[in-house]
Ligand binder design. Structure first.
Ligand code: B1M
Length: 209
């Protein structure tokens, strides 16, 4: 079994130690961080979601797999971020109220940092008022993440709260997460939508132009 297959299998089974050693071995063997992510780790989480939908996995299995994914991410993170670069802009990032999913949001944050942004990650289950409080003069972009159809409306509430606070100004609002679409982003008044972390960095950079 190659490293990518081992990473996939061990995330699915929630084997933290094995994921850590597989990721290290894959890097030593010359595989790039993005390849490990896109070909091993993210497909494993997609499979976890599929097994959950089919009733094969329950919340504890999802949680265990998520822990294994996060462990692997700790090794990849420094490789995805360039050190000592002057920030090109500042992003506030958070998962909206009611939603505890943070793997995708963390990945977006890592990739943004990797392309030169300063990222203030507020965390998960973040209410509109907390986003508003975090907006300071130097903020260029607010990034909202949601993974549940039930928490999508919290994105709109957050955007409305930012508008109502009078702080929207030149700030751009970017949204993303598995159930979000470009149409939905438009409908709720966001400035843009990105389907994945790579596209999120492209979109964020385009906002600065
Ligand atoms: Co949850 N969960 N979960 N879960 N979970 C999903 C999302 C689900 C699709 C699974 C399924 O049924 N197939 C389903 C949602 C169904 C729906 O709403 N339509 C679901 C459910 C139902 C639930 C619970 C309600 C289960 C329950 O309790 N009965 C519960 C809700 C808890 C809550 O939030 N209040 C729940 C709980 C959990 C865990 C805590 C166990 C765990 C999360 C752990 C954690 O995040 N720390 C978990 C997990 C792991 C998942 C799946 C399996 C994997 C999510 C993930 O990490 N994907 C997920 C199924 C799936 O998505 N395939 C599922 C990998 C990650 C890299 O991708 O997050 O999509 P993703 O992020 C991508 C893009 O979406 C995008 O870029 C990222 C990187 O490329 N993106 C952005 C994300 N945010 C962005 C922001 C941007 C731009 C792009 O700009 C700002």
């Amino acid at each position: 079994m190659d490293y990518i297959q081992s990473i996939y299998k061990n995330i699915l089974e929630g084997n933290v130690e094995e994921v850590l050693s597989n990721v290290k071995q894959a890097i030593d063997a010359g595989l790039g961080a993005e390849t490990i992510l896109k070909e091993g780790m993210i497909p494993a989480m997609d499979e976890v979601g599929k097994l959950f939908e089919e009733g094969e996995f329950f919340v504890p299995e999802m949680l265990i797999a998520a822990k294994a994914m996060q462990a692997g991410m700790q090794i990849l993170k420094p490789l995805l971020i360039e050190a000592d670069v002057e920030p090109i802009g500042k992003v506030i990032l958070g998962t909206v109220r009611g939603d505890l999913h943070d793997i995708g949001k963390n990945l977006v944050g890592t990739m943004l940092e990797g392309s030169g942004f300063e990222v203030l990650d507020l965390g998960v289950d973040i209410g509109p008022e907390t986003f508003v409080e975090a907006i300071t003069e130097d903020v260029d972009i607010v990034g909202l993440s949601a993974l549940l159809t039930t928490t999508m409306p919290a994105m709109e509430e957050t955007i409305k709260a930012i508008d109502a606070s009078g702080l929207r100004g030149n700030i751009k609002i970017m949204v993303g997460g598995a159930p979000i679409t470009a149409d939905y982003a438009k409908e709720i008044g966001a400035d843009g939508y990105a389907p994945d972390a790579g596209q999120a960095t492209i979109l964020a950079k385009s906002f600065l132009d």
